[in-house]
Design a protein around this ligand. Structure first.
Ligand code: HEC
Ligand code: HEC
Length: 243
């Protein structure tokens, strides 16, 4: 067993029966609390991904699930992009709206942005316990096809909510993210759709940019670092309420 530290996030890589297995107790526990892990595990198993069993805590309840990716002789994951897209929906929402607000909306997101994020997860330029492992299992052609699939879909319809007063910094975001903040080509690359994105996800990812955990865009990292926690929260609340 080797203990790895990657971009500050601690996780273990276990080698069981020739399979590489990563484990992150905190994340898995969070997913489990939201009662998503079992349907997700079933879906992954059906999709041809290999899962180990769920471990038990000394005090008796399930505390961690190990996600295993086949190496070498073990069968490859399902090769149909359709099956993989189905799997994505288990977290990103079957109707485009994730049930867990810390998971981002990806239906209707800018295709160039989706492609870059999946490649960044795959190449370790962006780190996420779940997404890094999933992206590593995708070929470059899967990444392009999946980005085109989600990017070509409509952004999901969302109920109207009252829009708070616009924080002062919002005007500067429009320069790259577009006047409606629905994403645009920018000198820094494809700027993603932000309007209507889940606030808890936005807060998480803006904080991750600010503290260096999300390091796949030096520009966004420095912009977010220069805002206060309260400013980032107000911006996230405003963006999430936009329609
Ligand atoms: C077990 C839940 C889960 C599954 C399954 C899953 N995702 Fe994710 N996805 C997440 C979470 C959580 C994040 C946020 C990670 C982070 O903060 O970096 C995320 C982030 C993303 C992002 C970045 C979005 C953004 O706005 O930056 C993309 C793109 C993405 N996922 C695509 C996919 C695709 C494509 C699949 C299927 C092949 C998939 N995801 C399967 C949970 C999941
Ligand atoms: C100079 C252009 C530029 C400006 C100005 C800018 N952004 Fe960005 N932003 C980008 C680009 C490009 C990305 C994609 C970075 C990547 O590849 O990870 C991005 C990514 C993001 C993300 C990640 C979204 C996701 O789904 O994970 C958030 C949140 C964000 N920007 C918020 C803001 C806010 C808020 C402002 C204004 C305070 C702002 N940006 C100003 C170009 C810009």
């Amino acid at each position: 067993m080797r203990l790895h530290t990657r971009r500050g996030a601690k996780f273990q890589i276990l080698n069981i029966g020739g399979r590489r297995i990563r484990q992150d107790d905190a994340l898995i526990e969070r997913l489990e609390e939201r009662s998503r892990i079992m349907p997700f595990l079933d879906q992954m198993r059906l999709s041809g991904f290999v899962f180990s069993s769920v471990l038990k805590r000394p005090r008796g309840h399930i505390f961690a699930a190990l996600v295993a990716w086949p190496l070498g002789a073990v069968a490859a994951p399902a090769d149909s992009v359709g099956t993989k897209v189905h799997l994505c929906a288990s977290c990103h929402g079957t109707n485009g709206l994730p049930s867990d607000q810390t998971v981002p909306i990806i239906w209707g997101q800018q295709p160039g942005y989706i492609k870059k994020q999946l490649s960044d997860y795959k190449n370790d330029d962006r780190d996420s316990q779940i997404m890094s492992s999933i992206a590593e299992s995708l070929s470059d052609s899967d990444v392009s096809r999946i980005a085109a699939y989600f990017g070509g879909a409509a952004w999901p319809a969302q109920p109207k909510v009252s829009l708070p007063a616009a924080p002062a910094a919002i005007a500067s975001c429009m320069v790259c993210h577009g006047a409606n903040l629905t994403g645009a080509a920018s000198p820094a690359g494809t700027a993603p759709h932000l309007a209507g994105q889940n606030a808890p996800y936005l807060i998480d990812t803006m904080t991750a940019y600010a503290n260096g955990e999300r390091a796949n865009s030096p520009l966004m990292a420095s912009l977010m670092h220069n805002l206060s926690t309260a400013d980032r929260k107000a911006i996230a609340g405003y963006l999430a309420a936009m329609r």
